[in-house]
Design a protein around this ligand. Structure first.
Ligand SMILES: Nc1nc2c(ncn2[C@@H]2O[C@H](COP(=O)(O)OP(=O)(O)OP(=O)(O)O)[C@@H](O)[C@H]2O)c(=O)[nH]1
Ligand SMILES: [Mg+2]
Length: 127
């Protein structure tokens, strides 16, 4: 009986927790597959996709989190705009095309530059 009350109490506490907003940047070279990965996530989590916010953003409800995925274009000229999103981000998804060996060094340099930025330092990254 104690366990039942204890579980109920934990559950009640959980549903009273506020929804936490999390912003994840989706970065990587042009043609790496960023937009495709986001579309795959949307397909896999169809029921959790929320109405679209701004262009290039996907909003998902995952447990007690409202997750915004920000799809940033990866072309060379677009990369300088990435840093304006760093401070608002809680984490990064860096998409790497593992079959594109010719661009592996370029991807390494780009990732290294991203990780050296002070607004990214210490934040979680999924490669
Ligand atoms: N074979 C294969 N092709 C893929 C895969 N993922 C993406 N593509 C193709 O690669 C191309 C580029 O994919 P995108 O998802 O548009 O790449 P992106 O990283 O968003 O590119 P930018 O928006 O230009 O920075 C598209 O033609 C996709 O169909 C994959 O897993 N396998
Ligand atoms: Mg794209």
């Amino acid at each position: 009986m104690f366990h039942l009350f204890s579980h109920c109490w934990s559950w009640l506490q959980a549903i009273q927790e506020p929804i936490r907003k999390v912003t994840l940047l989706v970065l990587g070279l042009d043609n790496a597959g960023k937009t495709s990965v986001i579309m795959d996530i949307e397909r896999a989590l169809g029921g959790e996709v929320l109405p679209v916010g701004q262009p290039g953003q996907t909003r998902l409800r995952v447990d007690r989190f409202e997750v915004t995925l920000v799809d940033l274009p990866g072309g060379q000229r677009s990369r300088s705009a990435w840093r304006s999103h760093y401070s608002a981000a809680h984490g990064l998804l860096f998409v790497l095309d593992s079959s594109d060996l010719a661009r592996m060094e370029e991807a390494r340099k780009v990732l290294s530059r991203v990780l050296s930025h002070p607004d990214i330092s210490g934040k979680p990254i999924l490669l």
